[in-house]
Design a protein around this ligand. Structure first.
Ligand SMILES: *[C@@H]1O[C@H](CO)[C@@H](O)[C@H](O)[C@H]1NC(C)=O
Ligand SMILES: *[C@@H]1O[C@H](CO)[C@@H](O)[C@H](O)[C@H]1NC(C)=O
Length: 330
């Protein structure tokens, strides 16, 4: 009976999907864990944003970083009008102490920063020697997002809800591949692509900004191995795989279905282009991408991005990440 049952289950699971890819839980970052498993980076924003990244002590005392047993909040200051000659609006950028090579990262996010000028990102890289160890942007979103505005997704071919790889030379993606998203650029080399990288825009509803938040957020997952990088998104009320949702001790990405973004190794030796990377979660304002007039004004935001950020603290009350967990499987 037991034998027959297990055999039937095993046989059935072989039929529909590809081979199993089973990973074990390595780090489950929840609530207060983030205060020791991540550091607050007080660096000048490499993307030249109108931001002042503060230390952990400052972030805790100003309540820009808040944790309890099951919650992490990271936010920009929304109380202070700031001087045009000062460094920018206080905000937070955290980086995992550990770095990861082949792995799966699951982001269980309840709310992401939204509002004119906001540029939140959840991503992985090695800052020293960038981009020699590669960069995977799991989710970023620009001006994330005013209700009712139309995103100008034709602007430079850059979209708001996209997954991107950035590498050094000789890494390209095939134009045609099996994924739910839409490839917007296939050259991953930052020099050859003028820092655009190879991007896939999500077509999933509620995958960023106001509609993501109104829907209770959702789950982003990224798998990196020698043969591929995959990125998935499920809205909270979507068909979320049980192992991923429950924070199981093992997950099988072979059963997670077609990813939003699929980056295969056909014209890119992924192990040669990607090293052991840190996880970074940040919120900047304006800067090289979100601050471009075509992007900022194109999203329906008024005037000049930096001036808007300086003068309108109240516009940033929804500029916060609310993260239930970041789980890493190896
Ligand atoms: C700090 O932020 C948290 C999360 O937003 C909130 O629940 C709490 O009331 C805030 N604390 C203070 C002292 O404002
Ligand atoms: C993500 O972007 C695509 C392409 O711009 C769009 O069609 C889709 O609705 C977006 N998803 C959202 C808003 O969640």
């Amino acid at each position: 009976m037991h034998f027959t049952f297990s055999f039937a289950v095993a046989a059935a699971s072989l039929v529909p999907s590809a081979f199993a890819s089973i990973y074990s839980l390595s780090d489950n970052h929840v609530g207060k864990d983030f205060l020791t498993s991540f550091t607050h980076e007080t660096i000048a924003d490499p993307t030249h944003g109108r931001v002042n990244y503060v230390s952990q002590a400052t972030a805790l005392s100003k309540n820009l970083t808040f944790t309890n047993s099951n919650t992490l909040i990271l936010r920009g200051d929304y109380k202070t009008k700031i001087s045009a000659s000062g460094p920018g609006r206080d905000s937070v950028r955290i980086k995992s102490v550990k770095s990861y090579d082949h792995h799966v990262t699951v982001f269980d996010v309840k709310h992401m920063p939204e509002g004119c000028g906001t540029w939140p990102a959840a991503w992985e890289t090695t800052e020293n020697g960038w981009p020699d160890s590669g960069e995977v942007d799991i989710e970023q979103c620009i001006c994330c997002l005013l209700p009712g505005t139309n995103w100008p997704d034709s602007v430079n071919g850059k979209g708001p809800n996209q997954s991107t790889l950035h590498t050094n030379a000789n890494c390209n993606m095939p134009a045609s591949r099996t994924q739910n998203g839409v490839a917007t650029s296939n050259v991953c080399d930052v020099v050859a692509s003028n820092n655009v990288g190879c991007s896939v825009q999500s077509t999933a509803p509620n995958s960023f900004g106001t509609s993501f938040n109104a829907n209770g957020g959702g789950y982003y997952a990224m798998e990196r191995m020698n043969k591929l990088v995959n990125v998935w998104f499920w809205p909270r009320n979507g068909a979320v795989p049980n192992d991923l949702k429950s924070g199981a001790k093992t997950v099988d990405t072979g059963k997670w279905g077609t990813p939003n973004a699929y980056f295969p190794d056909t014209s890119c030796d992924l192990d040669a282009h990607f090293g052991s990377n840190n996880i970074i979660i940040d919120l900047t304002f304006c800067g090289d991408w979100a601050g471009l007039p075509a992007i900022f004004n194109g999203a329906g935001c008024p005037g000049d991005c930096a001036t808007y950020v300086n003068d309108n603290p109240g516009a940033f009350s929804n500029a916060y990440w609310w993260i239930n967990a970041v789980r890493v499987y190896t």
